[in-house]
Ligand binder design. Sequence first.
Ligand code: BGC
Ligand code: MN
Length: 392
Amino acid sequence: MTVAAAVALWHRAHLYKALACVVLTLIAIQYLLSGVLDRRSIETIFTINATRYATNNYRNHPRGLIIYGPATVASLPGNASVWPTSALSEIAIPSKSDTIPTGTSGGSAVGVPNQDASTPNTTDTTIQQRCPLIPPNLVGPVAVSLSPTEKKFTEVKPGGRGFPSNCIARHRVAIIIPYRDRPNHLQALLQTLHPILLRQQIDYQIFIIEQEGTGLFNRAMLMNVGYVEALKERTFDCFIFHDVDLLPEDDRNLYTCPEQPRHMSVAVDKFKYRLPYADLFGGVSAMTREHFRLVNGFSNVFWGWGGEDDDMANRIKARGLHISRYPANVARYKMLSHKKEKANPKRYEFLKTGKKRFTTDGLSNLKYQLVDKQKPKLYTWLLVRLTPPQPS
Ligand code: BGC
Ligand code: MN
């Protein structure tokens, strides 16, 4: 072999090495890129196929199937200038909106046990997004009617449950109504409330908690029972305690729970649409599941009319929370007439000594018997026998 041939061979060997290096580098680059691409296509495929796994995964991993996409925020409904600004602050503004696949039957209860009607359909591949921050179909002031309507409420599920059909609700709300012997009021409230709650795009259920017998009414204890019993059905994250005789007059008064407990019936016609006093927490009020537990619910010692809501206001303050409110032009209610209840003469005394009972009197010592439970079309009805608490 000549020297020239040897040099040429040496060069060719290097050329092959260089080529091999280039090929290996290209393979490595392709491998890395394919990882990224694969992951994306897995996400896409997962989004579409996830319904197959929905039932189990939703129960065990509340947000396991959520895939993030661009946020959808609707424009302000109605007259934007009267929209309560706190309506926005009460909802953590998402930078991402959740998209999950669900069936056509709803699917608003992400991660909720016992989802029943809202459990995503396992064959449908419809992709739903969370509902807009501000429900787009609100109308503002609503006409309040006292005469029964023929309306069928086709969107309401048995037991008085509703949820949006084309988006994932942001709130799971239990409406708790203490009740006894007011059929006309109940009828008027239900026909006012359902259309409003549906337009508000919340996932809700209305609970009527009826006190058995003719003894003194205990509104507070019935609300505690409502809280406990509602949680046996589903993990509601928000509780609205609602007098049966108050009809909301404006659908911008959102039935949701803000960061602080909210007094909702700010302006009532009976009080000339003015708040009687700053700490009022009666009528209609909203508290998160955690806050209600934190304050140990309502006191159980208030039998007869008055005081229990004031005691709750004290509990709220004692835990470093405060009462929030929407503006009076939105948080408006009409009060239905009824004969005046006999006020509890002991209420001031109980209020004065309330503080020492905050931790021992409430959810912690609640005693009752569930006598009956039924789910007619427009509400879940529970008949309860209250057991007066033992003195602590
Ligand atoms: C009572 C409250 C009631 C309020 C408004 C107060 O005197 O203690 O229970 O909600 O009046 O009627
Ligand atoms: Mn009343």
